[in-house]
Design a protein around this ligand. Structure first.
Ligand code: IDP
Ligand code: MG
Length: 137
């Protein structure tokens, strides 16, 4: 997942990680990344034909993000549930986007939506040597 520029700039990095760790997800990779416009376009290539692509990739390259790899049973689905709906106005109470996001574009977090997208997105930011599996005490 990514903590998007809006949430980094509002000082929500810790709050967001706390919500994932609090639900038993383990952080197995973490990195601060300021993407170039081209890197953001590559990351969001699946959305290249959407009307918001230019604005989204400008926003995502406007300031640093924090990339996290989270591990745990059903992690993809659980992360998406904790994030809430894309549009914070539609997101359920208690979700990250409802509580912390600004609008449908500046919506605080990104999360892989399938094993296939995770398999593309994780190596976009992390090498094998930067990922760690461990047991939680
Ligand atoms: P998701 O992040 O909930 O998976 P997607 O539909 O995959 O949502 O869209 C990717 C990102 O594009 C969103 O998180 C948001 O930042 C942005 N986005 C999606 N829909 C809109 C829109 O209608 N207007 C502006 N930005 C949008
Ligand atoms: Mg998506």
């Amino acid at each position: 997942m990514l903590v998007k520029p809006d949430a980094v700039q509002k000082g929500y990095i810790g709050e967001i990680i706390k919500r994932f760790e609090g639900q038993g997800l383990r952080v197995c990779g973490i990195k601060m990344v300021h993407m170039t416009k081209e890197e953001a376009e590559g990351f969001y290539q699946v959305h290249r034909s959407r009307p918001f692509f230019g604005s989204l990739t400008s926003f995502m390259s406007s300031a640093p993000t924090v990339a996290l790899v989270l591990e745990g049973e059903g992690a993809i689905e659980r992360v998406r549930t904790l994030m809430g709906a894309t549009d914070p106005k539609q997101a359920e109470e208690g979700t990250i986007r409802r509580d912390l996001a600004i609008d449908i574009e500046k919506n605080a977090v990104h999360g892989s939506d399938s094993p296939d997208s995770a398999a593309f997105e994780i190596p976009y930011f992390f090498s094998a040597l930067e990922l760690f599996s461990y047991k939680c005490r």
